[in-house]
Design a protein. Structure first.
Lengths: 497, 139
């Protein structure tokens, strides 16, 4: 197990975490973008080393968002939105460094608790999922898409986005290697040469999370970087671990909420931190202090969003369903190395599984040490000019797309098509996460659906195959009904106000 | 009832089954959205003109134009020196510089100089990294 701990492996984790923190700390750049940009580097690193880099980027990227959230009141990543509520007021009263250290330690706690849950539950869930037939596998995907759509800000648009993702994924040949008949469909005349295998996953992801994010920034004029005068870390730290006294329940609850939210497919870190924060405020003895610089608010937000990191890997490694956008990109890393994630992954690749757990653990420790010790220097990251960063990121996006299939220029055009599409999706109020999950799971959903019908010849099989199928249908109905009820309650609440 | 739920799938046309179902579901969902949001859709012109008015047009459209030029020129330039990745290198340097200039707010010598250095060093380093240690062919 420990033979994996080579200097290369360790330095990739630490380097990845460092780059991730920098990406997370710059508003407009995210952990997902960091992973998308660095994905092509994993080609020649091998799977374990490649994952070490990407998991470091993931943990660092989620954690780095707290820096601008606290110092500037701008969330570096969407998952740090609630960190601004109490972090920024603390920074304004000269307690910036104290707030940052509270956030860093809370992030570490969230990361470690979620990692423990990943380690305990993913193999169990995978063992259980191995018994699934095509019917249950299809229903699991259907359930994942339903949950994701139900938790979207607009359920109808969320479902539409997910189904649109499936539709786009079906473009190309019905793969013979997966039991298809090798015929092409949904391919416009004249494009058969390029779309024979449909759109490649990674250029699509890089376009949606790299180029689209830069286009959004260009649309608003690429806001000027922040100057040194904007940053007030405070003259002295004022931080002591005694501040966590009496906060173990808050930290544990928030970490568990983050982990659970991470397990739900397509639900991002912003939901994890908002739910954790709301709960912390509800159960607090001094809820009136929240939003005015209450350390417990930072603890809830940061342990919640870092709790996501391990949680999002649970469905990925046990069912092959990504828990969020960043873990969707990790599928790309596995694809590059010719490995399919799903129920068989952990059993068939114990070395890789161990390497991932160790990498996540070291990434969390590296994040804690680097940010705790050098937080004053990380604070300076927000001053890096975007007019230098963004063009370099665009160039890296091109490399990522071009090298994915060993040099196909159509993949670079795919990057542009989906970059523009990603910008348009936001304008049309559609949801990117359900689209991506639909795009990733679409081909598998097709195979499971068609093979189920070919095998059993009856549509009722989806309801009668096993007790698992019945439970899945109940969960599907429950998630839709729950979402409708919540939406009605929200509307009624708005009406009362 | 039993016969109603029975399905026989012809292997030759099985590639069309799922896409047809998904297209129908997509159409129904689209219809439901149009019916529900008809008032919003009727005033969509105002929404889009608002986006157009508030947009930083030079930066947004300039990014798209530069990216289009970058992608279009990379292969023809690369074909002059096949399999060397120089198409990427020689197109990336001006692309990074011009995009950086486009995104820059105050274009002074002091701010242009670091950009010029990065726009040369960045692509050269990436080209070297992918061509030699990683053995990946660039355009």
């Amino acid at each position: 197990m420990f033979e994996i701990l080579t200097p290369m492996f360790l330095s990739l984790i630490v380097g990845g975490t460092l780059i991730g923190i920098i990406f997370g700390a710059i508003p407009g750049m995210t952990a997902t973008m960091a992973v998308a940009v660095c994905l092509p580097l994993t080609y020649s690193l091998g799977l374990e080393n490649g994952l070490a880099l990407l998991l470091g980027l993931y943990v660092g990227g989620i954690s780095g968002g707290l820096v601008p959230a606290i110092l500037l009141g701008i969330p570096g990543t969407p998952s740090s939105i609630t960190t601004t509520f109490d972090g920024y007021p603390m920074a304004k009263r000269g307690e910036g460094e104290k707030a940052l250290r509270i956030g860093i330690v809370s992030s570490f706690v969230g990361g470690i608790i979620s990692l423990a849950i990943l380690w305990l539950f993913a193999p169990t869930l995978a063992d259980f999922a191995i018994k699934f037939s095509y019917v249950e596998k299809f229903l699991i995907i259907f359930f994942a898409l339903t949950v994701m759509a139900a938790l979207s800000s607009d359920m109808l648009l969320g479902i539409f986005s997910g189904v649109l993702g499936i539709f786009v994924a079906l473009i190309g040949t019905y793969d013979i290697t997966k039991g298809g008949n090798g015929n092409m469909r949904l391919v416009p005349p004249g494009t058969e040469y390029w779309l024979d295998s449909g759109f490649s996953l990674l250029p699509v992801l890089i376009g949606l999370f790299g180029l689209a994010a830069i286009l959004e920034q260009a649309e608003i004029g690429v806001p000027k970087g922040h100057s040194l005068e904007d940053i007030d870390v405070g003259k002295k730290s004022g931080f002591s671990f005694s501040i966590f006294k009496g906060q173990s329940v808050n930290l544990t609850r928030s970490s568990l909420i983050g982990t659970f939210v991470g397990i739900l497919p397509g639900v991002g870190g912003s939901a994890a931190s908002i739910i954790s924060y709301t709960n912390a405020k509800t159960f607090s003895k001094t809820p009136e202090n929240f939003g005015k610089g209450e350390p417990a608010g930072i603890m809830a937000s940061e342990s919640g969003n870092n709790g996501l990191t391990g949680g999002a890997l649970v469905p990925l490694l046990s069912l092959g369903i990504p828990g969020d956008s960043t873990t969707a990109l990790l599928i790309g890393a596995f694809t590059l190395q010719g490995i399919q994630v799903g129920p068989l992954f952990i059993g068939n690749n114990p070395g890789t599984w161990d390497a991932m757990i160790i990498a996540m653990l070291i990434a969390n420790i590296a994040m804690l040490v680097m940010m705790y010790v050098a937080i004053r220097y990380f604070a300076l990251v927000v001053t890096i000019p975007k007019h230098i960063l963004f063009p370099v990121i665009l160039m890296m996006c091109v490399i990522g797309a071009y090298t994915i299939n060993y040099g196909i220029m159509f993949d670079v055009w795919t990057l542009l098509i989906f970059g523009l599409f990603g910008w348009l999706v936001v304008k049309l109020k559609l949801e990117v996460a359900p689209f991506i999950i639909g795009f990733i799971l679409g081909p598998s959903a097709e195979v499971y659906f068609v093979k189920s019908l070919e095998s059993f010849g009856d549509v009722t099989i989806f309801f009668t195959k096993s007790w698992i199928a019945v439970v899945l249908w109940l969960l599907i109905i429950g998630s839709v009904a729950g979402s409708i009820m919540l939406s009605r309650r929200a509307k009624q609440g708005a009406g009362v106000v | 009832m039993g016969q109603l739920t029975q399905v026989t799938i012809d292997f030759e046309t099985s590639h069309l089954l799922f896409p047809t179902i998904i297209a129908c579901v997509l159409g129904l969902l689209g219809l439901a959205i149009v019916i529900r949001d008809r008032a919003k859709i009727a005033t969509a012109g105002t929404y889009w003109s608002g986006i157009w008015q508030n947009m930083d047009k030079p930066r947004f459209l300039g990014t798209i134009v530069l990216t289009l030029l970058y992608f279009s020129l990379m292969v023809p330039v690369g074909d002059i020196w096949p399999n060397t990745g120089r198409g990427f290198l020689f197109c990336s340097i001006p692309f990074v510089f011009l995009t950086g200039l486009l995104f820059m707010h105050e274009r002074t010598i002091k701010s242009i100089l670091p950009l010029a250095v990065v726009s040369v060093v960045g692509p050269v380093f990436v080209w070297w990294l992918f061509t030699y240690p990683l053995f990946l062919t660039l355009p």
